[in-house]
Design a binder for this molecule. Structure first.
Ligand code: IMP
Ligand code: MG
Length: 180
């Protein structure tokens, strides 16, 4: 069982879904009457996107960009490669960038710069997890935050270690012996 590789569960499926409902209510209020596009980041953000898009009950589009930073390691390399751009035209639209986790900030910086090239009316960020860090490569304003977590390596709900654990319904801390 994947669950056995966890040292601790931080958020259960129920807690995550309840928090997503709260975020969705805020998003509905702030984007009512606006042309909204949710843009998520492959691959970690898609599980969050799938739940959030169905909870946001105002008309909106969604799209995906591809960005890749981590290899089979737990620290980000600081190098992010864009592997896929959006296909929905973003010009004049209100974009909400949906990401699994705000860690070093590199991925969000690179993706936000890419989105800005499409001339949207606005770009805000919604991150399910916000990692507490003393120092980040890029400080990025995150308007919607699901949960704040300590600086630990977590998996589940889209987040992987070496492509594994994305399908865990909860979010938990991986046992250190798994990656050491
Ligand atoms: P950043 O570019 O350093 O902010 O890292 C962002 C990406 O690294 C996220 O989209 C995740 O895919 C991955 N990442 C960062 N922290 C974790 C973690 O604790 N567990 C799994 N993946 C992580
Ligand atoms: Mg990853």
């Amino acid at each position: 069982m994947l669950q056995n590789d966890l040292q601790e569960t931080l958020f259960t499926e129920e807690q995550i879904l309840r928090r997503i409902q709260e975020l969705a209510r805020e998003i509905e209020k702030n984007y009512k009457g606006k042309n909204l596009v949710l843009v998520s980041i492959l691959k970690g953000g898609v599980v969050f996107l799938a739940d959030l898009t169905r909870e946001v009950r105002i008309p909106h589009a969604y799209d995906l960009v591809g960005a890749s930073s981590y290899g089979a390691q737990i620290y980000s390399t600081g190098q992010v490669i864009i592997t896929k751009d959006v296909t929905v035209p973003l010009k004049g639209k209100h974009v909400l960038l949906i990401e699994d986790i705000y860690d070093s900030g590199t991925t969000l910086k690179v993706v936000k710069d890419l989105l800005d090239v499409h001339s949207p009316a606005s770009v805000e960020i919604c991150a399910l997890l916000w990692k507490e860090k003393k120092k980040r490569r890029h400080e990025i304003p995150i308007k919607y935050i699901g949960f704040k977590i300590p600086d630990v390596f977590v998996v589940g709900y889209g987040l992987d270690y070496n492509e594994k654990y994305r399908n865990l319904r909860c979010i938990g801390v991986l046992k250190p012996e798994i990656y050491s």
